[in-house]
Design a protein around this ligand. Structure first.
Ligand SMILES: NC(=O)c1ccc[n+]([C@@H]2O[C@H](COP(=O)([O-])OP(=O)(O)OC[C@H]3O[C@@H](n4cnc5c(N)ncnc54)[C@H](OP(=O)(O)O)[C@@H]3O)[C@@H](O)[C@H]2O)c1
Length: 207
């Protein structure tokens, strides 16, 4: 797949490296593609990955990962031409002090409103970026829930999560994005206030 990364920080950088190593073509979008941090990210991702302006990364891509800080998400997403793209929304509408989520409509549904002409799937928002680099615990995959309204776009998200080593789990329509965002808040609370740190994840067990 051709994947553009909008917000090549902890989440976007980690996902981009993982996707590149899985054989996908990754274009990191950055406000400054020449930084030492970006060159280090490209070195980790390998020779198929490139860094460009955010607009160029989106133009190149069939799949666009949005991994921006929440306060920047509306203006950046609305500034891009995302028509025909599958958008993977990894953001969480966190309050500035991380104590909770903004009230009201879910972030995933708001991103879908802002991303005119795109098909949005909420995914890669429910666990720490460290787990996106290594989702295995005890030899078993952490699980990665996703939701959206388009079956083909959801299949793309599930395939990419599987490529990284997650167990991808369909959580229904985009109207369930608030469930994924509450899940993220649960992980954050356990990591920080709960004292678990970053090295834990949720797994699915079945009988
Ligand atoms: N950190 C986690 O473990 C984690 C896990 C799940 C979900 N999330 C969610 O994922 C999102 C990203 O989190 P993160 O921790 O990866 O953030 P981060 O490390 O701060 O990276 C965000 C990136 O967005 C870009 N950016 C920032 N402001 C921008 C602007 N105004 N215009 C364009 N680009 C801008 C920056 O890249 P450039 O400077 O290169 O442009 C920055 O590297 C958040 O919504 C967060 O809640 C985070």
């Amino acid at each position: 797949m051709k994947i553009g990364i909008v917000g090549a920080g902890q989440v976007g950088g980690t996902l981009g490296v993982g996707f590149a190593k899985a054989g996908h073509h990754v274009f990191f979008g950055s406000r400054d593609p020449q930084t030492a941090e970006m060159q280090a990210l490209l070195a980790r991702a390998g020779s198929t990955a490139k860094a460009e302006s955010v607009a160029n990364a989106v133009q190149f891509a069939d799949v666009v990962v949005v991994a921006l800080p929440w306060p920047a998400t509306q203006s950046v997403v609305q500034s891009l031409d995302l028509h025909g793209k599958v958008v993977l929304d990894c953001t969480n509408p966190l309050l500035p002090d991380f104590s909770g989520l903004e009230p009201g409509t879910s972030g995933g549904e708001r991103v879908a409103d802002w991303a005119a002409g795109a098909t949005v799937v909420k995914v890669f928002n429910t666990t720490g970026f460290n787990n996106m680099a290594d989702p295995a615990y005890g030899g078993k995959p952490a699980f990665m829930p996703y939701c959206g309204d388009d079956a083909a776009a959801k299949q793309t998200a599930a395939q990419l999560a599987t490529d990284l080593g997650f167990e991808a789990v369909d959580l229904g329509s985009l109207s369930h994005a608030h469930l994924l965002e509450a899940w993220a808040m649960t992980w954050i609370w356990l990591a920080i206030q709960g004292g678990l740190g970053r090295d834990f994840a949720f797994q699915l067990v079945r009988r």
